[in-house]
Ligand binder design. Structure first.
Ligand SMILES: C[S@@+](CC[C@H](N)C(=O)[O-])C[C@H]1O[C@@H](n2cnc3c(N)ncnc32)[C@H](O)[C@@H]1O
Length: 315
């Protein structure tokens, strides 16, 4: 079976596939299909009698993965939409129960390395950052142009966990009063200048956290995670699993919280043989500590370095 080549190296691939315990014949959802790296491995695992449904909000990723996975025929189905709407998307496709679900959050190298998408400060492109360019917006340029200084500071502090958010917001407001900020390079230079020489000593580029904040805000990334986790779990057959790979602390915290909320619902005193509070636990936590990539994987693929994998099992 041909897998084609991919512009994105799947992260924690062996670990995720192993922990999902997918059997031949299973119906598996990859809720963040991207270029289809995890989906290809899952298709091989489910074999000729199984199927994989891939969801992505980015039409370009759907098109790329559909072409790449075309050899799998009807065993692969791509759906354009948001993972937090997966229950509706799958019901519309006639699927009401699944044997495993995976989400590999954030964006792929396929998106990051395309300057026209506006995700990267290392190359110049329009300041867009929408994962789904078929939506009306707002783009990152819209937010940078329209938010007042306190709102910009709060956005950069909250979603970028950026210590210098105040200074950066002030610099953005000053710069945009002279000319609109419409490209990634312009914004990166403004942030770099505002952060000052001290920030250049840090391991990451001074604009990393501001770009992360804008991307999260444009795509409402963190606020959508609890709905995704509870939706995916609601479709899982008993004993089957959901695995989520996150890439920064905000994502990981939201995923951990959403999983714990479903694992710790019951308020009965410990030791009761049967739950009497009516709030039965829905999942059990499989990974009490998040699984992280091996040193080998990080050496091969530095973008994997901050990845964390968490898994729950439906009760
Ligand atoms: C890290 S990539 C997935 C890469 C893929 N696992 C692979 O190995 O080829 C994440 C993908 O999730 C998509 N995505 C992010 N948030 C989403 C959401 N709320 N709903 C649907 N897709 C989303 C992005 O567009 C991107 O294509």
């Amino acid at each position: 079976m041909s897998r084609g080549s991919s512009p994105h190296e799947p992260v924690l691939l062996a670990e995720a596939v192993e922990l999902l315990r997918v059997s031949p014949g299973a119906t598996v959802v990859d809720a963040t299909l991207g270029p289809g790296g995890h989906a290809a491995a899952l298709l091989d695992r489910v074999g000729p009698t199984g199927r994989v449904i891939g969801i992505d909000r980015d039409p370009a990723s759907i098109a790329f993965a559909s072409e790449r996975l075309s050899d799998y025929g009807k065993r692969f189905l791509a759906l354009h939409g948001r993972h937090e709407e997966l229950v509706t998307l799958l019901h519309q496709a006639g699927i009401v129960v699944i044997d495993a679900a995976l989400a590999d959050l954030g964006i792929s190298s396929f998106q990051l390395d395309d300057p026209s998408r506006g995700f990267a400060f290392g190359s110049d492109g329009a300041l867009d950052m929408r994962m789904d360019r078929s939506t009306a917006g707002p783009t990152a340029a819209d937010l940078v142009a329209s938010l007042d200084e306190p709102s910009l500071r709060s956005l950069i502090a909250t979603w970028g966990e950026e210590r210098l958010a105040g200074r950066i917001a002030k610099a953005i407001v000053r710069a945009r009063s002279r000319a609109p900020i419409s490209t990634t390079r312009e914004l990166a230079q403004i942030v770099e200048h505002a952060a000052g020489p001290a920030a250049r000593r840090f391991r990451i580029h001074p604009a990393t956290r501001t770009f992360q904040a804008l991307r999260i805000a444009v795509n409402q990334e963190i606020v959508s995670l609890p709905a995704f986790v509870s939706g995916a779990v609601s479709l899982l057959r008993r004993g089957s699993r959901l695995a989520v790979i996150s890439f920064h602390s905000l994502e990981d915290r939201a995923i951990k919280r959403a999983m714990l909320d479903l694992a710790n619902r019951c308020i009965c005193p410990p030791g009761l043989p049967v739950c009497g509070c009516g709030r039965e636990n829905i999942v059990r936590i499989v990974t009490s500590r998040a699984v992280v990539p091996s040193a080998d994987e990080v050496a091969r693929n530095p973008r994997a370095r901050s990845a964390k994998l968490r898994v729950v099992e439906r009760l």
